[in-house]
Design a protein around this ligand. Structure first.
Ligand code: NAP
Length: 158
């Protein structure tokens, strides 16, 4: 099972100036719950933003320019190479833009948290995708001044 996890604003922004442009209590809980004990695949910039290995899970950083090793962290030069390392184990693609765009054609599930805000001057967006290929399940809402809604897109099986 290859999953994807993202949080996006109403205008599809996922990043601004190298960071996630909101802090909402409880919003990142789902990321931890889903990925703990599993494998996370992320781009080099996203990994550098976090700045340290994520505990209790294996992280594969995709980078053509740098190598990351140790403490459950390894490096792959492409998404394809990461998928070879994973084999038939479960993994979650955690961004950014290019990884999402490359992974959407074959992910089984997308956990998309819809953040109820509009971000001006965002510089990284979630790619457009064909929603007709997925069944949508809407889940819980949460948040404080800014609300969020959990959604899961399940790929339709032919
Ligand atoms: N809202 C969310 O859920 C969410 C999730 C993740 C990230 N973000 C935000 O998104 C921004 C970072 O995303 P980003 O798209 O700018 O960068 P990114 O994907 O995190 O990192 C880009 C780098 O990763 C490597 N890379 C990515 N895809 C690759 C591929 N398919 N093949 C080979 N190398 C690949 C390249 O590294 P090299 O240059 O080393 O070759 C590339 O320069 C930040 O603002 C972050 O906060 C938001």
């Amino acid at each position: 099972m290859i999953g994807l996890i993202v949080a996006r604003s109403k205008n599809n922004v996922i990043g601004k100036q190298g960071m996630i442009p909101w802090r909402i209590k409880g919003e990142q809980k789902q990321f931890k719950e889903l990925t703990t004990g599993n494998i996370v695949i992320m781009g080099r910039k996203s990994y550098e933003e976090i700045g340290h290995p994520l505990p209790n899970r294996e992280t594969i950083v995709i980078s053509g320019s740098k190598s990351f090793t140790g403490d459950g962290v390894s490096t792959a030069r492409s998404l394809e190479e990461a998928l070879d390392i994973i084999g038939d184990r479960d993994a979650y693609v955690a961004g950014g833009y290019r990884l999402f765009a490359e992974a959407i054609p074959f992910v089984d599930k997308m956990y998309i948290t819809e953040i109820d805000t509009v971000i001006e001057d965002g510089d990284v967006f979630f790619p457009e995708f064909d929603t007709s290929l997925f069944d949508l399940e809407t889940g819980e809402t949460g948040g404080d001044e800014i609300k969020f809604t959990r959604t899961v897109y399940y790929r339709k099986r032919k």
